[in-house]
Design a protein around this ligand. Structure first.
Ligand code: ATP
Ligand code: MG
Length: 349
């Protein structure tokens, strides 16, 4: 497939309406648990917007990445199917988006080998997101995959020549690795006519590139601090009631000095499609009880249609598996073509 043209980084998806064919999107998640509000406002909402605009999209379920920071791939099949469920409930259309698991596309791992030769060990070990994940992994020994998975992700992005990657902030260092790999590969192995094999992908950040969880840290599947998209309304209320805030009764939007309160205000704003400043002004000096009640109601109202759709789709697990089989077939065809091209420019080694 031809390389999609280079793009420049943007922060707002609507800027892309002009010509959707200029973009090809790759994005994805690890099957480590249910998707949460951080995913929705960090990347999923942008994926759905881009898809509606007609942008071609690939979504990888990064199953091999699960064993970077844990010793077993616990309930992998179940988590994988549930990710598909979350995607479809949120509005991804499997006829338009190619949804597949990394492990079902062997050519991705073959791309990894030449890509690994393009980065140095010190570049891999200074990656700040990898360092943060090691700190949270609780593992006694850090395995090799932990250091190499950003390169593995570069293969996930570049196999389909994606030029736009809707992600949360934690992914920016990894996007840099993918850009470096693309640049160095193109320099070392150009086509005979001098043209480049890979585009240099850009990150697409949302208005909530780092949504905080109920403990004040990054909302994460694995940190027990997340409101999942499929949670019940009661669970949602309980989780938000337990969220960390402060004792200042005045509600403000100050992400630097009062990050926990600001993140809750932002959540209500995103759900109501208003600005965080408006929400903060409206809540005045109501204190955290009023803030939490507002956030709970906003989140439950916002997620209600998605949750209803999720419950309907959940009754047909066979359909979810079919979506993955179809996606794997499409992704394999694209990956095989790219691998053949890579082998050709490298002299068919
Ligand atoms: P885990 O704890 O297992 O790593 P996670 O919650 O970090 O799970 P990932 O599958 O690692 O989720 O990330 C999937 C995508 O969602 C990435 O693009 C990531 O940047 C984005 N994302 C995850 N958490 C947040 C968040 N709190 N705010 C914004 N974006 C997020
Ligand atoms: Mg993560």
């Amino acid at each position: 497939i031809p390389a999609a043209p280079a793009t420049t980084a943007h922060t707002a998806a609507p800027a892309f309406t002009a010509d959707p064919t200029v973009h090809r999107v790759l994005t994805g998640d690890r099957p480590t648990g249910p998707l949460h509000l951080g995913h929705y406002f960090g990347t999923l909402q942008n994926r759905v917007r881009l898809q509606r605009q007609g942008v071609e999209m690939f979504v990888v379920i990064a199953d091999y990445q699960v064993i970077t920071d844990r010793d077993s791939a616990d309930r992998l099949a179940e988590h994988t199917e549930n990710l598909v469920l979350d995607y479809l409930a949120a509005g991804l259309d499997p006829d338009r988006a190619t949804i597949f698991t990394h492990s079902a596309v062997p050519a991705l791992n073959q791309l990894l080998l030449p890509f690994l030769s393009l980065v140095s060990v010190s570049e891999l070990s200074r990656n700040p997101t990898v360092k943060d994940e090691i700190a949270h992994s609780g593992q006694a020994a850090v395995n090799g995959l932990m250091f190499t998975y950003p390169v593995h992700q570069a293969a996930d992005i570049l196999f389909c020549k994606a030029n736009l990657v809707p992600v949360g902030q934690d992914q920016l260092p990894h996007l840099e690795v993918a850009r470096t790999v693309a640049r160095r590969f193109n320099e070392r192995y150009p086509h005979a006519d001098g043209s480049a094999v890979f585009p240099r992908p850009e990150a697409l950040l949302s208005d909530a590139p780092l949504l905080l969880g109920t403990d004040g840290g990054k909302m994460s599947k694995s940190r027990g601090n997340a409101v999942s998209l499929g949670a019940t309304e009661d669970e949602t209320a309980r989780l938000i009631r337990g969220a960390k805030t402060d004792t200042d009764r005045r509600i403000g939007y100050d992400p630097v000095n009062r990050p926990e309160v600001a993140s809750l205000v932002l959540l209500a704003a995103l759900c109501q499609d208003r600005t965080p400043e408006e929400i903060a002004a409206e809540l005045g000096d109501g204190g955290s009880a009023v803030l939490k009640r507002t956030v709970t109601e906003s989140v439950n109202e916002f997620l209600r249609p998605m949750r209803d759709r999720r419950a309907e789709l959940a009754t047909d697990r066979g359909y979810l598996r079919q979506v993955l089989r179809d996606g794997a077939e499409r992704a394999n065809a694209v990956a095989d073509a790219t691998l053949a091209e890579v082998r050709a420019v490298m002299g068919s080694i």
